[in-house]
Design a protein around this ligand. Sequence first.
Ligand code: COA
Length: 169
Amino acid sequence: MGAISDETGKEQRKAMKKVEDSRTEQVYVIRSQHINPQGRLFGGYLMQWIDEMAGIVSRRHCGKMVTTASIDNLNFKAGAYQNDMVVLVGRMTYVGRTSMEVRVDTYVEDYRGNRRSINRAYLVMVAVDEEGIPVEVPGLLMETEAEHAEWAGGEKRYLLRKQRRAEGY
Ligand SMILES: CC(C)(COP(=O)(O)OP(=O)(O)OC[C@H]1O[C@@H](n2cnc3c(N)ncnc32)[C@H](O)[C@@H]1OP(=O)(O)O)[C@@H](O)C(=O)NCCC(=O)NCCS
């Protein structure tokens, strides 16, 4: 792990960003090239879109280069089909010192604008410098009860991931 100078650390700790500051939505229309032989959206495309979304959200939060450290709770609840409008919503849930947890929800939106959830994922993104060394990220300012609840969940997952890594998982 790279050393962070006291000055840099202090500067970065001072900065706080709201969850809303980096919240991002992205819409895709499912085309024939996205479809697998069963006629459903190929899971690999969705995983790429989810990873890109987490990259955008975390980059907007920290204003630095980011890399994906882990993806968990990638639950495929339902399929999506050709011509479906797929909406991804990404938001910050938790930050550690250099890591950021991003929740990405994926929905299929119908013609009336109703959204059906098809996937939820939590990704850990790490801010890095030009050498790939982790660097400190701004704190997260929570404004709603839902954001506080997400933070509490994110903290539990952060500690659990640490424990699993220590056990060589
Ligand atoms: C992610 C990476 C930068 C972490 O570097 P590292 O030397 O392990 O650094 P540290 O041990 O100091 O960890 C840095 C932070 O990442 C977190 N972290 C590291 N590995 C993690 C993992 N597998 N899952 C979740 N969080 C992880 C740590 O908890 C720490 O968070 P904190 O600073 O908020 O407490 C490094 O492992 C890496 O470059 N991995 C490859 C990433 C990549 O190529 N991604 C694209 C995949 S195709």
